[in-house]
Design a protein around this ligand. Structure first.
Ligand code: AKG
Ligand code: FE2
Length: 351
């Protein structure tokens, strides 16, 4: 089409639009004056103009953009489904690498999506059976791995094992000072947590893991009540893990074949603080041992299971020495440190 023709056709379009606007105005006025649409449809000129309005085209640039958008969408779907020319996990891995995540399997929250979006894409639990007969979080003691496996390990039923940390020496050693002595300034352990592991400052105002160990003793030991703090970190540094593991081991009740993840998580902080209600996107259920202090957990089944479950929320207080076992992918959970002492807890996933 020559540029003169294109200009003419644009002018025609704009003229038709103006004529049609006038027509619509006259048509509406006639209806207001008491003519019915039936009366007006008997007039040939009205019908001709009506058809003209109906055929008013969408401008061609809108069509072109829509087609381009559709083709791009189709191309993305085809690449995703056929995994050609790149595999989906390569794309995912490259994306995570830009976020500094080397091994997504050890990350609790490797891919942080906005909460609403996470909730929208969260796969629903396949069965709501896991909460059907749960009336409270049971506390058990001296349980064999076989019984633990049958009742709790993979059923999604939460449980607290009262003597879970028996024979551990962690409660005698773990303290803020002890952690500070492992993650000293300029140590590789500290550097690795900053660079490779994950660190959550929750509502405390720490900008880095290093800052935690720079806080004043008053604040650290809860003498300064005005600045409570709570943090969590994944213990992916091997040297630090080896020091910590001298004081705890794989919980005695886990099924024989179950393996704990190589990465443990440590949560430490003052009463009055905890994690707000959330659900995790990890591969397996977890255990968490309460080493010092006391922590209250609030559990909620996901909304799609509200009708199948006996109750809409459960509270359980985990005392020092106890281990809570929870599938954090199935249960929404929030925590709150209660009592007077610093809470230190250590946990891991198991499969
Ligand atoms: O211990 C906490 O405060 C939070 C733990 C948690 O959210 C988890 O282990 O998934
Ligand atoms: Fe969690």
């Amino acid at each position: 089409m020559s540029s003169q023709n294109r200009k003419d056709s644009k002018e025609d379009d704009s003229l038709r639009r103006r004529v049609n606007l006038h027509f619509q105005y006259l048509y509406d006025s006639a209806i207001q004056q008491g003519f019915s649409p039936d009366d007006l449809s008997k007039i040939d000129a009205v019908m001709e103009l009506r058809e003209d309005i109906d055929s008013l085209e969408i401008p061609s640039c809108v069509w072109k953009s829509l087609v381009a958008l559709f083709i791009s969408f189709l191309a993305i779907v085809i690449v995703y489904l056929s995994e050609w020319p790149v595999k989906n996990d390569t794309i995912f891995r490259l994306w995570l690498e830009t976020k500094g995540v080397e091994d997504p399997r050890t990350e609790k929250c490797a891919a942080e999506l906005p909460e609403l979006f996470q909730e929208m894409v969260r796969p629903p639990p396949q069965f709501c059976r896991f909460c059907q007969n749960v009336k409270s979080v049971e506390k058990v003691e001296n349980i064999t791995p076989e019984n633990f496996e049958k009742r709790y390990a993979y059923t999604g039923r939460p449980v607290v094992v009262k003597d879970g940390t028996k024979n551990w020496t962690a409660s005698e050693f773990f303290s803020f000072q002890f952690m500070k002595s492992i993650y000293t300034k300029n140590s590789t352990a500290l550097e690795n947590v900053e660079k490779k592991c994950q660190f959550f400052a929750y509502k405390s105002n720490f900008k880095s893991f290093e800052e935690v160990f720079e806080m004043s003793e008053e604040r650290a030991f809860l003498k300064d009540k005005s600045a409570p703090w709570y943090i969590g970190w994944s213990n992916c540094d091997l040297s630090a893990a080896n020091v910590l593991r001298q004081h705890y081991s794989r919980p005695y009740f886990l099924p024989k074949q179950a393996e704990s993840s190589k990465t443990d998580w440590i949560f430490m902080g003052s009463p009055g603080y905890g994690a707000s209600m959330h659900i995790d996107y990890v591969n397996n259920p977890s255990w968490q041992a309460q080493i010092t202090g006391t922590k209250r957990w609030t559990l909620e089944p996901p909304p799609e299971c509200y009708f199948a479950c006996k109750q809409s929320f459960f509270d359980v207080t985990v005392q020092p020495g106890e281990i809570i076992v929870l599938d954090t992918n199935l249960w929404f959970h929030a925590t709150l440190n209660v009592g007077d002492n610093i809470s230190i807890a250590i946990g891991s996933e198991f499969d």
